[in-house]
Design a protein around this ligand. Structure first.
Ligand SMILES: N[C@@H](CCC(=O)N[C@@H](CS)C(=O)NCC(=O)O)C(=O)O
Length: 277
């Protein structure tokens, strides 16, 4: 059943389920403090990368809407995710999920040897993954929010179409990489290897399996390969380790689904037709 009444639920402030176990296993301060919020898909991107690349980190949950001083110190707009890099004297910081992902990839290439990209010796294969990332950031992510925030039925239908087209566009880019690249192309192939694009898109694809069905009656477009890809993604150990239980997402996204005023900087940007923060 599609949920239609705004019951006034608020976002959660602490992880549940697998994500809680993972957060508890990373509760000791160390070189990297990872500022995050349990419901946030931009945070989940960085978290999956930390897990997959095997980089040490300490989870520090904050409320990004309250903008505590310690968050503003590491992220100028007070957005999560952010990293505090404690091995510098004085500590330095990084924000922006896409920049953090590239940073973690670079850190891992000098330490854990794990990678989200094909080898540097195959620049074309790396570029194909980055084309996917570009599509995800400019099309898939904004269309998710436009769909979830749309209130009138005709607008919802139009936005559902747009979101489905963005998913199909991603599938086409996956297929192209598979055809044109000799290197590993990520989870679309079924070797269990995550790519930068899998991590970039994963949190919204996951929310398209719980939040969108609940609030918009959404179903993923049919296609055996897309279904199998999504199943592999949500079951991947590095992804699963960052997932809370479904209710946390349903509660946390009710404000978006009813387009409550001032839900977030992302929601305001969507409502005013601006680019995402
Ligand atoms: N472009 C940023 C977006 C991050 C973002 O919007 N995070 C949300 C939580 S999901 C946030 O911190 N919102 C606080 C606010 O809207 O003031 C990134 O990719 O890291």
């Amino acid at each position: 059943m599609v949920s239609s009444n705004d019951s006034g639920k608020s976002y959660h402030l602490a992880c549940t389920g697998d994500a809680l176990d993972t957060a508890n296993a990373h509760s000791t301060p160390g070189d990297i403090t990872f500022f995050g919020s349990c419901f946030c898909p931009f945070v989940q991107r960085a978290w999956v990368a930390l897990e997959y690349l095997g980089i040490d980190y300490h989870v520090y949950e904050v409320d990004p809407y309250k903008k505590p001083a310690e968050l503003l110190e590491v992220s100028p707009k007070g957005l999560v995710p952010a990293l505090k890099l404690n091995h510098y004297n004085a500590p330095r910081a990084l924000n922006e999920s896409t920049v953090i992902l590239e940073f973690l990839e670079d850190v891992a290439s000098g330490s854990t040897q794990k990678s989200l990209l094909p080898p540097v010796s195959d620049p074309y294969a790396r570029a194909l993954i980055r084309l996917q990332c570009d599509h995800i950031n400019r099309t898939l992510v904004p269309s998710f929010y436009r769909y979830l925030q749309a209130q009138e039925l005709d607008k919802q239908v139009e936005c559902a179409k747009e979101f489905v087209e963005s998913l199909i566009g991603l599938v086409k880019l996956f297929e192209r990489a598979e055809k044109e690249s000799e290197s590993n192309v990520g989870l679309w192939g079924d070797g269990g290897v995550l790519s930068l694009a899998d991590v970039m898109a994963g949190p919204w694809i996951f929310r398209a399996t719980n939040v969108l069905p609940h609030y918009r009656g959404f179903a993923l477009p049919s296609g055996e390969r897309l279904g199998a890809y999504v199943a592999r993604l949500v079951a991947h150990p590095a992804f699963k380790a960052t997932c809370s239980t479904e209710q946390l997402y349903l509660d946390s996204y009710e404000r978006y689904a009813h387009n409550r005023p001032n839900t977030s900087q992302v929601a305001n940007a969507i409502n005013s037709g601006r680019g995402l923060p």
